[in-house]
Design a protein around this ligand. Structure first.
Ligand code: ZN
Length: 349
């Protein structure tokens, strides 16, 4: 089969060519619970640029995922073949794939928290979906409703799932009359805002430095827009009558957003961190006197992905995509790196 293969890291991200379109051995079923999926779309994620930079090198090497390597962790497509123990799936069924493959037998897996137990992550720890086909486990398959095409939803497998997971956790304790802040209305943020709009009645405040992103936030359902011009904490305080928001979701996590995010959080509130890049530095006394919670968020569960597909099926969340042929993966990655992709780049074999 054809795949896009990464042969060497490029720390400064300046090389003209990163991946090569070439013939690789066909993906094949080896376990009775395996499922072979014909890829219909593979999302191109900023994590892929970090892989090219070599940031994930040690993690990949730990798992034996040495170069050459096939990226692609946001995958959707059609069932091609199933292992002998797989029931209820047949060739041609459209599916989206939860990105973490686990045995299913650890207590974390049985509780649905596959991200917390051991497992692999195709496209990061082993070969992924920048290819014509991918082998996964029956545990990872989410059947797609008729209204949703694989290429239109592939990026929900990671980016959308992460945004849904945090929005759901925040929404579960948010009440009418309360406030939630989303810091950052980019790829994840604009999905998170739509999920919040669909799942809670709190007023949604969106903070971003880009007018373009604030426009997208407005279309996604934001009730209040705040330009991140240095005075965003004061602006949020004014909207929330001096108290702060019951929940803050930080999709940025760098360049000072963590301190500002915690400062915007009301006493007794939850500060959810999703983006990363800087350390969170907060005096213990401030956390104690404000009884504020800092909550980490990592991808999401299989159930979360099902729920997100229900929202998408009902038209309550929408993902903007730009399609590229698989053979043009290098262009998609370079366009992403240059900030030229409006929405999410999707590779189509
Ligand atoms: Zn991703």
């Amino acid at each position: 089969m054809k795949a896009q293969v990464l042969h060497k890291y490029d720390e400064p991200l300046t090389a003209a060519n990163w991946v090569q379109h070439e013939d690789v051995p066909d993906a094949k079923i080896s376990k009775p619970t395996d499922v072979l999926v014909k890829i219909g779309g593979a999302g191109v994620c900023r994590t892929d640029l970090h892989i090219i930079e070599g940031q994930w090198r040690s993690r990949m090497d730990d798992n034996g995922g040495l170069l050459p390597f096939i990226m692609g962790h946001e995958n959707a497509g059609w069932i091609e073949e199933v292992g002998s123990a797989v029931e209820g799936l047949k060739k041609g069924d459209p599916v989206i794939l939860h990105p973490r493959i686990s045995s299913g037998v650890e207590i974390e897996h049985r509780r649905g928290h596959d991200m917390h137990g051991s497992g692999t992550f195709p496209g990061v720890s082993e070969n992924g979906g920048y290819a014509e086909a991918l082998v996964t486990s029956v545990r990872n398959v989410v059947a797609l409703p008729k209204s949703l095409e694989p290429k239109a939803v592939a990026a929900y497998a990671d980016a959308g799932l992460t945004a849904y997971h945090v929005a759901k956790r925040a929404a579960q304790v948010l009440l009418p009359g309360q406030y939630v802040v989303a810091i950052g209305a980019g790829g994840l943020g604009h999905i998170g805002i739509q999920c919040l709009k669909a799942m809670c009645a709190a007023e949604i405040i969106v903070v971003d430095k880009s007018e373009l992103a604030l426009g997208l936030a407005k279309e996604s359902g934001a009730d209040h827009l705040v330009k991140a011009d240095g005075n965003e904490v004061e602006a949020v305080m004014q909207i929330t009558k001096g108290k702060g928001a019951e929940a803050v979701i930080d999709f940025v996590g760098e360049k000072g957003s963590t301190k500002k995010g915690i400062d915007m959080t009301r006493a007794g509130g939850n500060y959810h961190i999703v983006g990363y890049g800087e350390n969170i530095v907060v005096p213990a006394l401030d956390l104690i006197t404000g009884e504020k919670n800092i909550i980490g968020n990592l991808v999401g569960t299989w159930a979360d992905l099902n729920e997100l597909m229900s929202l998408a099926d009902r038209g309550l969340v929408h993902l903007a995509t730009v399609e590229y042929a698989l053979k043009d993966a290098d262009k998609a990655l370079h366009d992403l790196n240059a900030g030229k992709v409006k929405g999410r780049a999707i590779l189509i074999p």
